[in-house]
Each structure stands twice: as C-alpha cells, then as structure tokens.
Design a protein around this ligand. Structure first.
Ligand code: FMN
Length: 409
C-alpha cells in the first residue's frame, strides 16, 4: 500500500498534522522539464527553500548528497556583506564541492543590493542569486522591508533591477508570498515585475505574510500566477512534505518546479524521494531508526567541519528533535541530546537506540519548526497610502543595519 495512505492524526508532540497526501504516480517520461536557469539547468526541478538558521553550508551539502537540485543559502543581508561583517561573510560562503552556488540576498535599498551583487559577481562567488521579498518578521515589515515590499511594484522593480543590472550572466530569481494579507495581494504584480526586470524565475510561497506559516498553502494561487505570467519560470512553495506532494503540486498548478521548506527538516532523504519520483521510480520507504541516526551523525560531522567541534555540536541540538520526531520513547534521548556539548556525548546517547525501529509514519507530515498562528502585519505609519512609491520607507535603512545575520525568514 502507498505509504502516503497511512497517517495517524497526531504525532508524539501533539502538533497538528497536515492533511494526507493523495497517492500520486511517479513522473511519466518527459512529463517534467529541468529548470533552465540559462547558465545551468536544475534537474529535477527541485529547490531547497532558503531558511534562516537552517540552510547553511553543512545542511546544503547533506541534502545535495541525497539528490540533485538547487540548494539555496539562508538569507544574506546585502548591507552586511558590503560592510564586510564576518558572520555574514561566513553565511555567504560555499564549500568547494557545492555547485551551483545559490545565494539569497535580502535588502530594501537598491544601492546595497546592487553593491552586494557586484561584490559577489566580481569575486565569482555565486552561480545564482535569489531575492527575498517574503520575510514576515515583525521588525522587518514594520520598517517596510521583506514581505512589505511587493505591494509597491515600482519599489520592487528598482530593487530587482539593481541586482539584475549588476549580476551579469548570473541568473536572478525572486521569492515572494501572496501579499501582505488577503486585502493586499501582490503575487501577480510581482510576477510581472520579475519578468520585466529580467529574472529567470519567481518562487511563490502561497501564504500571505499575515498567515505566517499557518494553515494550508493556497496552491490555487500558484496556478493563477503560472497562467498569468508567461515567459518566466514559476516555482511553487508551501507544504511539500513528501515527494508525492511535489508532483501533485506541479500537476495541479502547472508550475515549473517546487521549493521545499520545512518538510526536509530532519528528513534530508526527502531529496532522494524527489529524485526517484521525478525519474519515474517509486521512492524507497522511509529509513529505519538506524539509518536516521547515521544521517544525524553525518550531519554533526558536517557541522563540526563548518563550525568546529563545540559550535558544531551546539548547532546540532535543534536538529535532534526533528530527526527523532515521532520515534516511540525517544523523548528522553532528544532532551539529553539537546544538552549535549561534544561529539562523544552525542554518540553515547544515540548508541543504545534500537536501530531496527521503523520510521514513524505519523512523523512524516508532522508540523516542523514554525508554530501555527497568524499575525496582523506591522507596517510603517501610512505605508499603504501610496502604493505607487518607488522609495523604501525612511526607517528601512536603520532596521537593515540592525538585522543580525541569521535573523529573518
Ligand atoms: C526556519 C525557517 C527560516 C526561513 N528563512 C527564510 C529565508 O531566510 N528566506 C526566505 O525567503 N524564506 C525563508 N523561510 C520560508 C521558507 O523558505 C518557505 O517559503 C516556507 O517555509 C514555506 O515552505 P514550506 O511550507 O515547504 O515550509 C524560512 C522558513 C523557515 C521554517
């Protein structure tokens, strides 16, 4: 029986579980094309979502080991890069084996975005640039940044234009949400802006900023964007938790590719599932506990290589809950791992686990990372009075200067 049919309705942490995936056959020969990013192709058409605090070099390498695709960095603050902040530079770096090197920039001032782009391109430091226009964090939107920008298409056009102009042959994409809230939708105008400014693709997280990560993503908007925006690739994003969801999204919406976010947290083998399905094969069943802890150990090793022995293990703590989510009686081990401060401790804690324990099907579609709940999006005073503006809000620059690397989303 298709594993997607077997779902309980709660995991061990009591989080709500997304609706069941319907069975979905693997791709037929020639059904889905590779994404053509001009300088390279993305085949299968699968993109790892930029996720602040998550998609660092170590995690990108781990995921890439499971299947081909485009593995995007977390958001990098353009101004921090230009001003040479050490942490920003580290987040913006790639391992020599990463190719193509894909980096997401954040900015609300064309000058910083343009300069950051020039810096990256002059140093041959990237193969692809994505622009973040979907960040819903209060501090960011309250200053007119992130998800507040696309409601002002002329401002968005200036920002995208500054990047495309300086990017040379490096392909540029944008990532947006549906809009600020249901009364202020902007995804269709964002599609036009992206195409007119010369982007190769637009990624749509099919939720508003007001929705944060709540409820189901509205895939019908992805179909609407695709139908309304010829001449640019449309990538759908939201609620791809298992491989079949990606094919379902592409078949239902006609989008050209998918962006995978929380579904791969502690489940990097999702990219192997996707590779199999796009190649026309049924995916392997989910790994048993033994294979899960092997992946976890490999992940710690990559984090240690990136950050050193102590910081690498500290960075690992948050991942343990995602890897072990739903495994019966794993609560005490997860809690202990959360306090571990050395590789030896991690190894000693996971050694007694029963390797033959099957993967808990309830964990596959369990909510990961972001809590449910919506927000009233904070905006600068009078922000919505003049949607024809092409200038950033006066407070945007100060906010950007105070954003820490890794903050955002
Ligand atoms: C921890 C976390 C950090 C995120 N950081 C970013 C970010 O830096 N840039 C961005 O464009 N989106 C960011 N997002 C949004 C994701 O890229 C994606 O759009 C969102 O999670 C919806 O996809 P999903 O339903 O597959 O998770 C973040 C999401 C999460 C969960």
């Amino acid at each position: 029986m298709d594993s997607t049919l077997l779902r309980a309705d709660a995991d061990d942490s009591g989080d709500a579980i997304a609706p069941q995936a319907l069975p979905c056959p693997p791709a037929a020969p020639g059904e889905f094309a590779a994404l053509d990013y001009r300088r390279f192709k993305v085949d299968p058409p699968v993109v790892l979502a930029p996720m602040a605090g998550v998609t660092n070099q170590a995690y990108r390498r781990l995921c890439r080991g499971f299947g081909a695709g485009l593995y995007v960095s977390e958001m990098i603050i353009a101004r921090g890069l230009v001003e040479g902040h050490a942490k920003t530079q580290q987040l913006a770096s790639f391992h020599p084996e990463e190719s193509p090197r894909s980096l997401q920039l954040y900015g609300s001032d064309p000058r910083w975005l343009g300069e950051a782009t020039r810096l990256l391109v002059d140093h041959d430091a990237v193969d692809h640039l994505d622009l973040n226009f979907g960040c819903p964090v209060r501090k960011v939107t309250a200053a007119g940044g992130g998800a507040a920008i696309p409601i002002k298409p002329k401002l968005m056009a200036r920002l995208v234009g500054a990047v495309v102009k300086n990017a040379g042959k490096v392909p540029v994409t944008v990532k947006v949400r549906l809009g600020i809230d249901d009364d202020h939708l902007s995804f269709l105008s964002s599609g036009r802006v992206a195409r007119e400014e010369g982007c190769v693709a637009i990624g749509l997280h099919a939720r508003t900023a007001a929705q944060l990560y709540d409820g189901q993503a509205r895939w019908e908007a992805i179909a609407e964007l695709k139908a309304a925006t010829p001449g640019i690739l449309v990538l759908g994003n939201g609620d791809i938790q298992e491989g079949q969801d990606a094919l379902r999204m592409m078949r239902q919406t006609g989008c050209d590719g998918v962006i995978v976010g929380r579904g791969c947290l502690g489940r990097p083998w999702l990219f192997a599932e996707l590779a199999a399905l796009f190649a026309g094969r049924e995916p392997e069943p989910p790994p048993d506990l033994g294979r899960v802890v092997d992946v976890l150990k490999h992940h710690v090793a990559l984090l240690i290589e990136l950050y050193g022995p102590r910081s690498g293990v500290l960075e690992m703590r948050k991942w343990c809950g995602w890897y072990l989510k739903g495994f019966p009686s794993s609560g005490p081990v997860r809690n202990a791992l959360f306090r571990a401060s050395s590789l030896e401790e991690v190894e000693a804690l996971i050694a007694p686990l029963d390797r033959a324990t099957p993967y808990p099907l309830t964990a596959i579609r369990a909510r990961r990372c972001k809590k449910s709940g919506t927000q009233k999006v904070a905006l600068p005073d009078g922000y919505l009075d003049s949607l024809d503006d092409d200038q950033a809000a006066p407070c945007a620059a100060a906010m950007e200067a105070s954003l820490s690397p890794g903050e955002g989303g």
